[in-house]
Design a binder for this molecule. Structure first.
Ligand SMILES: C[S@@+](CC[C@H](N)C(=O)[O-])C[C@H]1O[C@@H](n2cnc3c(N)ncnc32)[C@H](O)[C@@H]1O
Length: 210
C-alpha cells in the first residue's frame, strides 16, 4: 500500500535519515553483524534509497537489488544512488511477489533488508514467504517493523494510511518468520513497549529427507 502525503514527507526528511543511521542500523549490526564481501542483497520497500546506501556502506554489501511499489520513490532512490553504478539495481514492483516483480529465483540472496515496509503490505504473510524463498540457507533477514500496537494508536491512524486487517504483533511476526524457516532466537528487540520490532533472522539449512 502506498504512503499518504504526510508519511511520504516524513520518510523523505532528515529526522527519518537520522533514525535509520544512528538507531536502526547500529541495532541491526549489533544483532546480525555485517555481510560477507561478495554479498548479494535485496532491499524491499527501499523508499528514497537512504537505507540502500547504508546497506552498501555500513553492512558492506557488494550488490543490492532495491525494490519499491512507488515509482516516484524508485526515481528518487535512483538519483541518490547514482555514484554506486552497477552495484545497485532499482526496481518498481510488489514485495509480496518477487518473481513477477524482479524475477527473483529461489535462494538468490545472502541477505534481505526490510526497513519498515512489511506492515504496509496487505498480504504480509506472502511477503514473508517470498523473503524466505529468495534467501540462501544461512542467509539473513534484517527487519525493522511497526506492529499492530503502534498502528492502532490514534496519532498513527490520523496521520498515516495503512492496511487495517490482519496486522501483526511482535510475537505474530516472529512466529510467521519461524513458520517459513527464518530463525530469530533472541536476536530481536521490541522498543516502546512493543510498538516497534527490530531483529535479524537466519534462513535455516534445508534438511533433505532420506
Ligand atoms: C514506511 S516507508 C519505508 C521506506 C524506507 N524503507 C525507509 O525506511 O525510510 C514504506 C515503503 O514501502 C513501499 N511499499 C509499500 N508497499 C509495498 C510493496 N507491496 N512492495 C514494495 N514496496 C512497498 C512504500 O512505497 C514506501 O516507500
Amino acid at each position: 500500500m502506498l504512503m499518504n502525503q504526510m508519511e511520504t514527507a516524513l520518510i523523505n526528511s532528515p529526522p527519518r535519515r537520522w533514525l535509520q543511521r544512528w538507531y536502526e542500523v547500529p541495532w541491526l549490526r549489533r544483532l546480525g553483524g555485517t555481510l560477507p564481501a561478495d554479498a548479494r542483497v535485496l532491499e524491499i520497500g527501499c523508499g528514497p534509497g537512504y537505507g540502500t546506501r547504508l546497506i552498501l556502506d555500513q553492512f558492506g554489501a557488494a550488490h543490492v537489488d532495491a525494490l519499491d511499489l512507488d515509482p516516484a520513490m524508485t526515481a528518487r532512490a535512483r538519483r541518490r544512488l547514482t555514484k554506486y553504478g552497477d552495484r545497485v539495481r532499482l526496481h518498481t514492483g510488489d514485495a509480496a511477489d518477487l518473481y513477477t516483480s524482479i524475477g527473483a529465483t529461489d535462494a538468490a540472496y545472502n541477505a534481505v533488508f526490510d526497513f519498515a515496509i512489511v506492515h504496509h503490505i496487505p498480504a504480509w504473510r506472502d511477503a514473508v514467504a517470498e523473503i524466505a524463498r529468495v534467501l540462501r540457507p544461512g542467509g539473513k533477514f534484517y527487519f525493522d517493523e511497526v506492529t499492530a500496537r503502534a498502528l492502532a494508536r490514534p496519532t498513527y491512524r490520523l496521520m498515516f494510511d495503512h492496511p487495517t486487517d490482519d496486522r501483526f504483533t511482535a510475537d505474530q511476526f516472529r512466529t510467521e518468520l519461524e513458520r517459513h524457516g527464518l530463525y530469530v532466537g533472541d536476536r530481536w528487540r521490541a522498543p516502546i513497549g512493543g510498538d516497534y520490532l527490530i531483529g535479524v533472522a537466519t534462513r535455516r539449512e534445508v534438511t533433505r529427507q532420506p
